[in-house]
Design a protein around this ligand. Sequence first.
Ligand SMILES: C[S@@+](CC[C@H](N)C(=O)[O-])C[C@H]1O[C@@H](n2cnc3c(N)ncnc32)[C@H](O)[C@@H]1O
Length: 313
Amino acid sequence: MILLRRAHFREGLDTDALYGRTGPLVLEIGFGDGRYLVHLAKTRPDWNLLGVEVSLASVSRAFRRIRREAVHTVRIHHGNARFLVRDVVGTGVLHRVYVNFPDPWPRKKHLANRLLRNEFFGLLSDRLEPGGQVLLTTDHAEYFDFACEQAASTDLFDAAEGEPPDGVLDTKYAEKWRAERRSIRHVSWTVRRSLAPPAPTKLTYPMQHALMTGDLSGVGGFSKQVRRFEGGTAIVIEAYRSLDGDGLLFAVVVEEPDLHQELLVEAWPREGGVYVGLQAFGDPLGTRGTREAVQAVVDWLETQGLELRQSWI
Ligand SMILES: C[S@@+](CC[C@H](N)C(=O)[O-])C[C@H]1O[C@@H](n2cnc3c(N)ncnc32)[C@H](O)[C@@H]1O
């Protein structure tokens, strides 16, 4: 298994099960085409390597590379590093975190998008093992200074500037910047003490469902349902009817901090009622937001004359 889907995280990150062995867990954030992960796998076969990347195109490229190179210690996830570190990775489990050529977000109004900010350093200080390290390499002098200031302001790390580690200068972006003769800077931060992190988002099982009574055949006239809750929004965009019965499918988008999910809620006639719940299709991770989505569908069906009999939402 190379690709970690959200379903793998329902009970946090069980590294023994995911890698089939124990070993130092090393994370690369924003791995691009996966070259550096493959380099690490070849040079550090004892490390369990985890990559997270928001770009689906990059995840596809990296997936093909990892398979082609037949390295067996790399797992990658398509998603946001902030979500993975905050809600999936446990306290004290990361040996190292590599960030190579992060998006610099140079415009002032976009500074909040920069990953290496003091709150993220605070979180990393908890997720790293004692003596664990964050390693940054970048061509962007202003982001480099910004990240150093942010890390220093937390007073949680010891910083050491130096030469980039082996292999970092062979990544796609490094090659590009070297061809342009830009100077490349590197710093490693070693955790000195850790900060109690913010509470992670509670991840639950996708068992959220309800039983209703009534008839789906007369239901119609759907319009978009927007449900706001503390920390997010669930939008039921569209409803579709099954061709071989009265079943309905609702397309939903759920936005929560650093977590975007597109999923389906089903309303299906079952013996003695109508089942309303989250469909496994689309790999949903049960969260507060998916619960709100199921509830939004139940509420809408009530406006169509169905009655709630029992709820496990
Ligand atoms: C400039 S590229 C560098 C790619 C690669 N590290 C290299 O050196 O070739 C930055 C990468 O970080 C990814 N990225 C940006 N923000 C991210 C986040 N919050 N979580 C995960 N990946 C992110 C981008 O999609 C992009 O692929």
